[in-house]
Design a protein around this ligand. Sequence first.
Ligand code: MN
Length: 314
Amino acid sequence: MLGQTARMSGPVAREDAGLVPQGARPQPPTAEVVDARESLVGGLTVRRALPRARRRTVGAWCFVDHVGPLAVEPDGGLDIGPHPHTGLATVTYLLEGQVLHRDSLGSEQVVRPGQLNLMTAGRGVAHAEEPTGAYRGTLHGVQLWVAQPSATRTGEPAFEHHAELPELALDGADVRVLVGELGAAASPARRDSDLLGAGVTLAPGAAVLPLAPAYEHLVVVLDGVLLLDDGRPVRPGQSAYLGTGRDELVLAAPEGARVLLLGGVPFGEQIVMWWNFVGRSREEVADAARAWEAGDDRFGAVATGLDRIPAPQL
Ligand code: MN
């Protein structure tokens, strides 16, 4: 039984595993302010904005962890041994600190603030996330997953790193476009569905962001206090779900703020998320777990000194 083991499997808890149908999405101009769930990942407490029982996806975004800010030693911070993924892309984006990414494609890449680390799992890949051994200071960032659509989800794995990303200077906000496009700025990063991911730095005051009305959006507050257009505050550890149908978004931050803006066309496929897999059925994710435990070639090997993370018992 998957449900029986999921509570100890991480990172997707049973409550959020999405084995029940999603609720109806609100119509604009509704904004839902939701508290993140605290979770333990690689020895660190993170704040998980997605998935939640009533909101499993925003566009194809299906997993949103906010890490830090916290002080780390050179051998500390994110420290996660080799583990597998299927059917999703992982996105790592840092505001501060460093993370070393290694994967079974042979990639070895230090991720630094402002850069985009994007690994697409397709039918299967494995990676490790490690301290660089050379950084002491603050670690602050996000780790995200994007569900792949059926058209690509069983395809070949791939890795991209983008040290340079397009920026958009708006009145009152600097926007770095990680994935997709906002206004005149378009990211070169791969995307398998209509998707937006952007880091927004708000100056004290307010800014107006152009949005795609066909997209639903989620604003995750990373730093500072954001005020929605109805005056409600949104703080770090909270996010605001904004539904579809907006062509612009007013973001006010009297003292400035940093937020992550995620969006996309509502994902039309029912997904099953379990452990580190995104599939379409319990059988499929159970097969993936068995393949990992059997050392199947589909995941390859990661060149690292860290221990493999075993799949939860099936
Ligand atoms: Mn991972």
